[in-house]
Design a protein around this ligand. Structure first.
Ligand code: ADP
Ligand code: MG
Length: 475
């Protein structure tokens, strides 16, 4: 019997609020150390927490999107531990009554089937500060800007059975939280961080002891870290040893995990309800108000893009990676552009340009309406596809409409048969050898002739018209 891998994931998402969970300090990333830490964040005696309501709505929104139960009463608890970046000596978190309970996400399992990954809880909590290690002076400083930043920790049951499945789940969750707008998803800045609990056992026997791999912040590292950890555990067990329950740190440079500390049990933290914070009563009315803001979910929209617009599954899945991209698509199609052509442009020229410029579609210099103008001119044959790319380039550099660029540059497609006939005749005259070969049966040469006419017309002749005329003349 082979080993079965068992994985449970804990994802910390930083919520996109203006201010902290219990204070008015900004949570903007990248500020000078300790410029966004109030007296409360520094844990000065006598200061009191004030709950940020925006956090509750974002947590409820996630709960609704994963078909979870929203707790009618939810409580903040203190999780006590000592660490230099935690001036309070406790983290405010939730244990017994988390806001979100018993939801799930569907992922594609390794065998291609749909698989349910249960999410047993998502709870609100405060982020800690950061220790900054200075190599030059050999000193460590504490930056408390991040202390108190609102997190939603999203925890799965141990339903995941391979590194690939873990990545599937994480990509799906990442897509969902950014789609909902509750997290910016920036993994480099730590807005979406994952801890992986990994164990191995023989099917039909109890679960093995797990190790928790901390803070892996890129999809690639997560897969490597899990695979590495699985191999390590199997090796230990097969050599007659035992896996110890501990927290391990992944080192991407060496592709190995190493022990950080043995794992505390929940009761080591002496959780107790925070006496400064009242339990939160969540009414049906509050939930319904949030439900009204729930957008169409990515998988629903994806299905609709396929059924209503005839997009391929691939195109639909790439488009729905970003809600802003889908909005842009919708706006273009509302302008009457062909959906398939629109998707091709968005996934082709537009995505390439965005990548090159390192910006997202929200910041794209060509608006959906302006790009729709360009596609309309391809559809009505004012310009060919290749000329359209030229127009697109020029539109990137100015705020002109497609029509203005076409007019100014004289790029209108020539559909006038008189002009096209002239070029066709010229090409036939100049290439007697190829004409001979064509007439001898090498009809593939038609492409060559059409290409030559295109060249003469500087790309402006209508390819369909050249094709027809050329075939006729070569008879
Ligand atoms: P803790 O309180 O120590 O964080 P939890 O019971 O909350 O422990 O579980 C944390 C995570 O570990 C969850 O995602 C859970 O699914 C996962 N997990 C629990 N047992 C195992 C196991 N034997 N192997 C892998 N993952 C596990
Ligand atoms: Mg945990």
């Amino acid at each position: 019997m082979t080993w079965e891998v068992v994985i449970g994931l804990e994802v910390h998402t930083q919520l996109t609020t203006q201010t902290k969970l219990f204070s008015g300090s900004s949570i903007q990333y990248g500020a000078e150390p300790n410029t966004q830490a109030s007296l409360y964040d520094l844990a000065m005696p006598g200061t009191l927490p004030v709950f940020n309501r925006a956090v509750l709505d974002k947590a409820i929104l996630l709960g609704l999107a994963i078909n979870a139960q929203i707790a009618p009463k939810t409580v903040f608890e203190r999780k006590n531990y000592f660490y230099p970046d935690l001036p309070t000596g406790y983290q405010i978190s939730q244990l017994a009554l988390p806001i979100v309970q018993n939801g799930h996400l569907m992922v594609t399992a390794d065998d291609g089937s749909e698989k349910k990954i249960r999410i047993n809880r998502a709870h609100m909590e405060c982020d800690a500060g950061k220790s900054l290690h200075d190599e030059v002076y050999g000193m460590t400083g504490i930056d408390l800007n991040r202390a108190g930043t609102p997190l939603l920790e999203i925890v799965t049951e141990p339903d995941i059975n391979s590194a690939k499945e873990a990545i599937q789940y994480l990509r799906q969750l990442h897509q969902l939280v950014t789609w909902l707008g509750i997290c910016d998803g920036n993994m480099q800045e730590g807005s979406f961080r994952c801890d992986a609990n990994v164990s191995v056992h023989k099917p039909g026997t109890p679960f093995g002891t797990r190790a928790e791999i901390k803070n892996i912040n890129s999809f690639r590292f997560i897969e490597d870290a899990i695979n590495h950890e699985v191999a390590r555990q199997i090796e230990i067990i097969e050599a007659g040893g035992e896996v110890v329950q501990e927290t391990r740190l992944y080192d991407p440079d060496k592709n190995e995990t190493r022990s950080m500390r043995t794992k505390e049990e929940a009761n080591d933290y002496r959780y107790f309800p925070d006496p400064n914070l009242l339990p939160i009563v969540v009414t049906e009315e509050m939930i319904e108000k949030v439900r009204e803001t729930l957008p169409e979910l990515p998988e629903v929209l994806q299905a609709r893009l396929i059924s209503d617009y005839g997009l391929s599954e691939y195109d639909a899945s790439v488009l729905t990676q970003s809600r802003a991209m889908c909005d842009y698509f919708g706006q273009m199609v509302a302008n009457g552009t062909d959906p398939k052509m629109t998707a091709n442009w968005l996934l082709g020229e537009v995505s390439a340009t965005l990548n090159q410029q390192g910006v997202s579609i929200d910041a794209f210099v060509i608006s959906a309406d302006r790009l729709a103008g360009l596609l309309t001119r391809i559809a009505d044959k004012t310009i060919s596809n290749s000329i359209a790319k030229k127009v697109f380039e020029l539109m990137l550099q100015s705020s002109k409409t497609a029509d203005e660029v076409i007019e100014a540059e004289g790029l209108k497609q020539v559909t006038d048969t008189g002009a096209i006939e002239g070029w066709v005749n010229e090409v036939i005259e100049k290439n007697p050898k190829q004409v001979e070969q064509y007439k001898g049966g090498q009809t593939k040469l038609l492409g060559f002739f059409v290409g030559q006419v295109m060249k003469l017309s500087k790309g402006k002749a209508d390819p369909a018209a050249i094709n027809a005329l050329m075939a006729e003349k070569l008879q």
